[in-house]
Structure formats: C-alpha cells, structure tokens
Design a protein around this ligand. Structure first.
Ligand code: SF4
Length: 377
C-alpha cells in the first residue's frame, strides 16, 4: 500500500505498534481504522479491569496472533448467545476477534452441513488436540444416557466429553452451559447440567448470563491471546473482571436505595423517577455481574436502566432460587436483623458494601445470608 516507514530502533511498544500498523495496515484493509483498533484495545483493557496502559500490549498480541482454532458447540439452548455475539456492533467487536480466530466448527453459522461439518470437527480433534478453544452454548442432558440432545447421531454428553476433554480450554457461554440454565429448572426433566458438571476433567471458564454479554466473551478471548492464560475466576469459574462485583454496588439506582426511595408499583411516580427496584423484585443485591458498567447494545442500556429489576441470571439455579422474579428478596444479606429496604439508610448500606468487599464473592454472600427463613413482606 506504499506506506512510509516511520520511527526506528528505540521506539516504545506503542510507537512500534503504530509503526507496524502504518506499514502493514492489516486492520485498515479490513475497514478498521487505527483509531478504532486502538479504541477497541482500550475498551478491552477497561473490560478486563486493567490500566489503559495495557492497550498497546493487547494491540500487539492481536496483531501477531496465529489464529488459534475455535470450536463452537450448541446443545440444549435457544442460540441467544450466538445471536448476542453476531449482533455485537461497532467497532466491529466480533470482526476483530473472529478475524484472529479460526472458527473451524460452529453449527449455527458454518457453511458446511451433515458429514462435511462433522468431518471438520474430527479434523480439529485430530490435528489440534490440547490446543484449540471450545465455546459451549446450552446445557447438557445427562438423563437416559443423554438421549434428549443428539447431534450427528451422538449425544451432547458424548460430544462434550470428547471435544471439551481434549481442548486447551472451554468457555461456557450463557447460563445454560454454565449451570444448566432454564432446561435445568425444577423438575429438570432431561437432567440438564452445565459443562463443568458434565465433563469434570475439562478446563472450563463460565460466562453466565441470559444471554452472556459478548464483550465479556471478547475480553476473555483477548485475555488469553494477550497473556496466554485464562483470567482469574471466582469459585464458580466466573472471571473476576466480569463477575467480581455485585450489581447492587455499581447500579445507578443505588443512591435511591440508600435514600429509601423505591418503586412501589409499575408505572408509579418512583418508577418514572428512576427509583430503586428492590421492592419490585430486583435481585441485584444477590447477583454478581458487570451489567451496570459493561451494559449491552453498544453500552446503551441494561435491564435495570430500562426499568426492570435484575433477574439474577448470572447466578446458579437463578431460575429456581430467584423466583418469583417480581417478589422482593426475603433478606438482603448483611443488612442485619432489623434492616429492611424500608429502614435502610446510607450508613447501613455503605457498611454492607464494605462487608461484601471484605468477604469476597459468592461464597461469602451465601455464608452471610440469613438462614432463619424469616421473610419480609
Ligand atoms: S436493588 Fe436493584 S435497582 Fe435497587 S440499587 Fe440494587 S441493583 Fe439497583
């Protein structure tokens, strides 16, 4: 493209990246400007809770990566996570990641079908053993030898054991692949479970949510490509960069919670004013996810911003434990015996937040929960 060489030997990493970009312009050829590319890398630094100074390192990794193979399996699901990824928007999040990955098998979007498709999967297993990444969408039924979900004449369980068991890592996307999801709702007629339960020896990272936030998948892949390892997780296998904080602690309605200002009924004065949705069943106080900061649809919005309480969809068994969805949590952990949403004040709420920070993530939350069975109205 006749680009002019700039800079030289003692350049900083950032200068080197800029120079390489000018020389080769591979992203420009894909219709992505250097500005957008660096913007994306900065956004990934933020998503991974890293200082912005990591952006050049991410850029360098993405620029040099040798297209690791990715296999995407779909089992008992609604394809909502595939939809979420494919509909991710500018600055071409999916393009940037999909361009640096070689997606050799994806039942929903691949051109091949039937025996040709299965041959592509067999080729990966044979030639890339221990090196490829698997993304799994959907739960795996265990009941009756897994007969309730079969692809190409094999059960999902059989496929998962082989494909996930021989991968470098498996990323379970969405609540179904992570924890069983809605197919596992009581009475769980198919015996649905998440990937880790079905294939205990697999290295699995869970990205629950219904659907997952594609930015979190992108950030997980970028983390792997940049640092050659998976991000640190909590005890449920969820990366801390995305699931390390409670929704309640980053929610924009939190000042109303602290001030005791609640929506009492849909469409009332408080609802119109953006008051807290706790009394309408919001499960934000028990849910760990970065929805308030990462948001969806080009960071436009998220359920609570749109006026609906959090359903707790990134927590295990939320379909059973967080229901009824429109009934308030019986006891928000850590508030103390007398503290209800009606009585809570800013001081108590701050103390609660500090207690959660000190105790860590979900395990602490569960331990701190009031098990007395006492319910508020
Ligand atoms: S209860 Fe829900 S709406 Fe209220 S502050 Fe917490 S997360 Fe936000």
């Amino acid at each position: 493209m006749g680009k002019k060489r700039v800079g030289g030997k003692g350049d900083s990493t950032e200068q080197k990246i800029k120079r390489d970009f000018v020389e080769r312009s591979i992203w420009e050829e894909k219709g992505i400007s250097r500005r957008d590319f660096m913007k994306f890398c900065s956004a990934m630094s933020a998503a991974l809770a890293l200082p912005v100074t990591f952006a050049p390192r991410i850029a360098e990794a993405l620029d040099q990566v040798k297209r690791p193979t990715l296999v995407w399996l779909e089992f008992q699901d609604c394809a909502g996570n595939t939809e979420a990824l494919l509909r991710a928007s500018s600055p071409t999040v999916t393009e940037l990641v999909l361009d640096v990955l070689s997606i050799d098998y994806h039942e929903t979007i691949m051109a091949a079908a039937g025996h040709q498709a299965e041959a592509a999967l067999a080729k990966v297993l044979k030639e890339q053993k221990g090196k490829y990444i698997v993304v799994v969408e959907g739960s795996i039924p265990l009941k009756d030898n897994g007969v309730y979900c079969c692809i190409g004449g094999r059960s999902a369980l059989d496929i998962a054991r082989e494909v996930c068991g021989n991968a470098f890592a498996t990323i379970a996307v969405g609540s179904c692949a992570s924890f069983g999801g809605l197919p596992a709702a009581a009475p769980n007629p198919t015996g649905a479970v998440g990937v880790k339960e079905a294939v205990p020896n697999a290295r699995v990272i869970n990205l629950p949510g219904c659907p997952l936030n594609p930015d979190n998948l992108t950030a997980t892949v970028v983390h792997y490509l940049t640092f050659n390892k998976l991000p640190t997780t909590d005890s449920l296998g969820r990366p801390l960069f995305a699931y390390g904080k409670r929704i309640h602690d980053a929610c924009e309605r939190r000042p109303h919670f602290d001030a005791g200002q609640y929506v009492e009924s849909w469409g009332d004065h408080g609802h119109k004013k953006g008051f807290c949705l706790y009394k309408m069943g919001c499960k934000g106080p028990e849910t760990f996810h970065n929805c308030p900061t990462q948001r969806y649809n080009e960071k436009t919005s998220w359920p609570v911003a749109a006026g609906h309480g959090c359903a707790g969809c990134s927590e295990p068994q939320f379909w059973d434990t967080m229901t009824p969805f429109y009934k308030r949590l019986p006891n928000v952990p850590g508030f103390g015996i007398e503290s209800t949403a009606d009585k809570i004040g800013a001081g108590i709420a701050v103390a609660t937040a500090a207690a959660f920070a000190a105790h860590g993530v979900v395990s602490a939350l569960r331990k701190g929960d009031d098990q007395s069975g006492k319910k508020e109205d």
